[in-house]
Design a protein around this ligand. Structure first.
Ligand code: ZN
Length: 183
């Protein structure tokens, strides 16, 4: 079953999400939510989804950047973005630490701001501490496009959207971005 993706303007997208206990993570309710968020992300399709985007104010995100979503980009585009396939995984109660002072600009979109995109700076590398879907502690380093996805999704848990960080003069529909910016 796929869930409805909440659109911008809904208060749940602008409120801090609460952390989960290890007991809650192992509950049937959260395990089902993870499965439904995974299906919803696949259906959209998207490369990440945060629980507030399906109306649930908890600190849980799912991420996956499968090869088939990258097929429409050229080798050069993928190389510029440092974009590589990322397998499905879950981050719960994530804490981000910046590993770089450098930011890089690319167009970014959000399933909760459907149809629009804008150039958004993101740090090039981050370290993440979180719990996984089995409530086990994990630490990972993300760089390139993956670092962008992680920062975007963790922002959702703090009520922050890419439109708070983007260059607003570049805010476009996807159609106009293709027509006027991709040349
Ligand atoms: Zn988003």
């Amino acid at each position: 079953m796929t869930l409805t993706i909440v659109q911008v303007g809904a208060p749940v997208l602008r409120s801090p999400a609460r952390p989960l206990t290890k007991e809650e993570i192992r509950s049937q309710e959260i395990q089902l939510l993870i499965e439904q968020m995974r299906e919803t992300m696949h259906g959209a399709p998207g490369v990440g989804l945060a629980a507030p985007q399906v109306g649930v104010p908890i600190q849980l995100v799912v991420i996956e950047d499968p090869a088939q979503l990258q097929a429409r980009f050229t080798e050069q585009q993928l190389a510029e973005r440092e974009r590589q396939p990322i397998p499905f995984h879950v981050l719960i109660n994530p804490q981000i630490q910046l590993l770089s002072d450098c930011t890089i600009d690319f167009f970014e979109g959000c399933l909760s701001i459907a149809g629009y995109t804008a150039i958004t700076p993101r740090y090039t590398a981050v370290r993440v501490h979180a719990l996984n879907e089995r409530a086990e502690e994990l630490a990972l380093t993300a760089s390139g496009w993956y670092a962008r996805i992680v920062q975007h999704e963790v922002d959702h848990l703090n009520g922050t959207l890419y439109i708070d960080r983007c260059n607003l003069h570049t805010f476009s529909t996807y159609e106009n971005k293709e027509q006027f910016w991709d040349k």
